[in-house]
Design a protein around this ligand. Structure first.
Ligand SMILES: NC(=O)c1ccc[n+]([C@@H]2O[C@H](COP(=O)([O-])OP(=O)(O)OC[C@H]3O[C@@H](n4cnc5c(N)ncnc54)[C@H](OP(=O)(O)O)[C@@H]3O)[C@@H](O)[C@H]2O)c1
Length: 317
């Protein structure tokens, strides 16, 4: 029996698949484009079954559930691009995966939710993830939801985007929203470990588990650590979100790889910190800090990488 991982070539996905392979688990890795995914999963491609599927296409999911013992559902979008919406991919996509799993008699379901996800939220992204989590909890018997704060690691979007913007703004850098928004950055290694441990840990069944790093950091402190990791210096000036809204709308409309969107700007109003950290309290782990060698990967963001990613929309890591 296999473990089906959706979003397997994504940031969290490829780290999770690697960890499952290391533990000797048989993996069916679902991706949207096999050829593209082969590049990211090159080193383990012979050790997994790579299959194509789209969560918005119910028919594509049915054959993928054959001989599956557990589903790890990671697919979601944080930016709406190419006409795809949060409701279609994050909510309806999850409904489709759950329905297909249930029809095939899949026993175990791990859903990658999000800290702050809540069906009552006014923010469409968090609402779509909250509705999806509710659907999983209401329709699968043996479910676990994991709710991480912002995740860092070599292929992350959020912290690498800050680094790329630093590279393109000499001398000064905006303290976005005054730098007050709070996060608890959590390492992708810790998140992948929590996913893999959840699979076989029956005490996680029926639980929504918050995952965070060891420190609560405001955005100003995060920006300072990113700038330090780049061995750079910038004068930080407070830029309220209302002032940034215009430039962000412009970037969203004109840049193929816009690192921000107005809906993500809205999310700065919601504290992204966890009260009960399951990494410590459920799994007994010591979370990795967002600091020093753990964020040295940010140095890969040269000016060239920043230009190619933001202005051409290339994926470079
Ligand atoms: N990154 C964070 O800081 C963070 C924090 C908390 C929670 N999470 C959650 O963690 C999960 C994984 O996020 P991530 O950061 O790894 O994102 P990611 O790198 O963008 O991975 C998501 C994957 O989903 C795939 N995908 C998108 N639409 C699809 C569709 N319609 N059908 C099938 N596959 C589709 C993407 O494939 P393509 O590359 O082909 O588009 C991508 O490989 C998400 O549920 C996210 O909400 C992430």
């Amino acid at each position: 029996m296999k473990i089906l991982v959706t979003g397997a070539a994504g940031f969290v996905g490829n780290n999770t698949v690697r960890r499952l392979v290391q533990r000797g688990k048989p993996v069916r890795a679902m991706v949207r484009n096999v050829e593209k995914a082969k590049k990211r999963l090159e080193d383990i491609v012979d050790e997994i079954e790579l299959v194509e599927g789209d969560v918005t296409d119910r028919i594509s999911l049915k054959p993928l559930m054959k001989d599956v013992a557990a589903v790890i559902h990671l697919v979601a979008i944080a930016l709406e691009k190419g006409g795809r919406t949060y409701e279609e991919v994050n909510y309806q996509g999850t409904v489709n995966v759950v329905d297909a799993a249930r029809e095939a008699g899949v026993d175990r379901f791990i859903y990658m939710s999000q800290n702050g996800a809540d069906s009552a939220m006014p923010y469409r992204f968090l609402k779509s993830k909250g509705n999806a989590q509710d659907y999983v909890a209401g329709n699968m018997q043996n479910w676990t939801a994991l709710r991480p704060s912002a995740i860092f690691g070599p292929q992350d979007e959020f912290f690498n985007s800050i680094a790329r913007l630093v590279k393109l703004t000499p001398v000064i850098y905006p303290l976005i929203g005054g730098g007050k928004a709070e996060f608890q950055p959590v390492s992708v290694n810790d998140v992948a470990e929590a996913i893999v441990r959840s699979l076989d840990d029956e005490t996680t069944i029926g639980k929504a588990l918050d995952l965070g790093g060891p420190e609560i950091l405001n955005l100003g402190e995060i920006e300072r650590r990113v700038i330090k990791a780049l061995d750079s210096h910038r004068i930080l000036f407070p830029a309220p979100t209302w002032l940034l809204r215009g430039p962000v709308i412009f970037m969203e409309k004109t840049l193929p790889g816009s690192p921000v969107s107005t809906s993500l700007l809205d999310l700065l109003a919601v504290p992204n910190i966890v009260k009960d950290n399951a990494l410590v309290n459920q799994f007994g782990m010591q979370p990795i800090p967002f600091d020093g060698e753990h964020i040295s990967y940010l140095k890969n963001n040269t000016v060239g990488v920043a230009v190619r990613t933001i202005f051409k929309g290339d994926i470079v890591n």
